[in-house]
Design a protein around this ligand. Structure first.
Ligand SMILES: Cc1cc2nc3c(=O)[nH]c(=O)nc-3n(C[C@H](O)[C@H](O)[C@H](O)COP(=O)(O)OP(=O)(O)OC[C@H]3O[C@@H](n4cnc5c(N)ncnc54)[C@H](O)[C@@H]3O)c2cc1C
Length: 411
């Protein structure tokens, strides 16, 4: 006996859950199959990993009515300061010059996920299978039959569309025989949260160092039990694998000193560091994002280097573009998993994918070269960008995710 749905989503991570939020008022039957129990989010902790949301992503969350749940937990980025260690160039972006409340926001993944699931919980249009793991799927005429193991039991569901939001190692993508191109950057990202002496004043620092790009992102203050709230920044530091391994095992004092040498004293002394995590960095790009009855969104379609903080933002635009096409097709009584809709989705996302992947890929490599003429050109580039308002606006709009068409979907 198969349960019948309009859509089955594999993967209830940030992109899968955002997609479900976008469609929850469309009268469609949706199932979300997720291998971890994300409905139980646990308590926020100092070390939670975070994500920088572009301003354009905020606009999308507003359109689907979720932003007001996210906003109280999100730290605004009012200014961005880009520089190179030992260089003379600097580029500064300011929210006031761009006429927006903030250039972006930083929020812990756990809190963003919890806000999305609270929103989904309010309307009971959907079935969540968690923890559950996909075991296979088969296309049958105008439907797809999906098999998964939920709490140790074999389950089956049938749907008109299977949406793969199952991340970088997407099984759906592999089983649908959608080919990928991959690139190993030979780098890892060191990620941790830390407390500086001075408040961050909502400034994000992007600093290019000899070992790789380093980002200090403003986070909400955090209070350990019985302690007053202290300022907190999220650090993402990219460097060659071997160096990242060495850095990750340094004790707190040596680690903070190494960081302090790179960032300087803009934030005063670096006082405390939380747990350090290391992520190897690859580019994974699906050659096409659709196959019969299947669409890829988020990291299943593209996994990026984090240097520009664009992975989730790009995935959110996938989710919204697909949701917009589905809502329109459903309203007209058309097939929501048919070839026409899938091709329209793939076509609508191609340019944004190409552009963001290209820019991220260039940035990931550009600042690793220390050849003096290239350093000079980079620093001149930063200075010119800082002095020419037109260049600055172009850069700011790109960082805010506003340089392409935003899906116009509204609930
Ligand atoms: C160090 C670092 C920093 C980053 N910073 C930023 C940033 O500042 N801004 C930004 O926009 N992006 C950033 N990113 C990228 C961002 O984290 C990802 O793009 C985003 O989280 C992808 O979300 P997703 O839902 O597509 O995939 P995932 O988060 O990987 O979610 C996939 C989900 O599918 C589930 N799943 C997988 N396989 C199965 C299966 N077989 N059955 C059932 N469920 C399954 C998983 O459990 C998971 O919950 C960063 C990435 C890294 C590594």
């Amino acid at each position: 006996m198969q349960e019948e749905y309009d859509i089955v989503v594999i993967g209830g991570g940030l992109v899968g859950a955002s997609f479900a939020c976008a469609l929850q008022r469309q009268g469609l039957r949706i199932a979300v199959v997720e291998q971890f129990d994300l409905l139980k989010t646990g308590h926020a902790c100092y070390d939670d990993r975070s994500v920088a949301l572009a301003y354009g992503t905020r606009v999308l969350f507003e359109l689907i009515g979720v932003w007001e749940r996210i906003a109280p937990e999100a730290a605004p980025i009012e200014k961005i300061h880009v520089s190179e260690q030992g260089g003379f160039g600097v580029t500064r972006l300011d929210h006031a010059q761009q006429g927006v409340e903030a250039l972006g926001y930083v929020i812990e993944n756990r809190l963003l996920g919890a806000a999305l699931y609270r929103h989904l919980d309010d309307r009971l249009q959907m079935d969540f299978f968690m923890p559950a793991e996909l075991s296979g799927f088969r296309r049958e005429n105008d439907r797809v039959s999906v098999h998964f193991v939920h709490q140790g039991r074999e389950c089956a569901a049938s749907a008109r569309l299977l949406v793969a939001a199952d991340g970088a190692q997407s099984r759906v993508r592999d089983w649908a025989s959608l080919r990928t191109t991959t690139k190993d950057y030979g780098q890892s990202a060191i990620v941790c949260n830390l407390t500086p002496e001075y408040p961050h004043e909502s400034v994000a620092y992007e600093r290019f160092t000899g070992s790789g790009p380093l980002a200090f992102l403003p986070l909400t203050d955090f209070a350990e039990a019985g302690q007053p709230a202290a300022p907190r920044c999220a650090v993402v530091w990219n460097m060659p694998h071997a160096q990242a391994q060495q850095m990750s095992v340094l004790d707190e004092g040596a680690f903070l000193q190494a960081l302090q040498e790179r960032i300087g004293y803009r934030l005063g002394r670096l006082l405390h560091r939380g747990k350090v995590n290391v992520y190897p960095l690859h580019l994974v790009k699906a050659e096409t994002t659709v196959s019969p009855r299947v669409a890829l969104i988020g990291n299943a379609a593209h996994t990026l280097h984090p240097v520009a903080g664009q992975g989730f933002n790009l995935g959110m635009r996938d989710a919204m573009a697909l949701a917009e096409l589905i809502a329109t097709a459903a309203g007209r009584g058309e097939d929501i998993g048919g070839e026409a809709l899938l091709q329209a989705y793939a076509q609508s996302r191609r340019q944004d994918h190409r552009r963001v992947i290209r820019v991220t890929d260039i940035l990931a490599q550009l600042f690793t070269f220390q050849w003096p003429p290239l350093r000079l050109a980079r620093n001149l580039g930063m200075l010119v960008t800082d002095t020419l308002p037109g260049c600055k606006t172009l850069l700011a709009r790109s960082a805010m995710g506003l340089d392409g068409r935003l899906p116009g979907f509204r609930q």
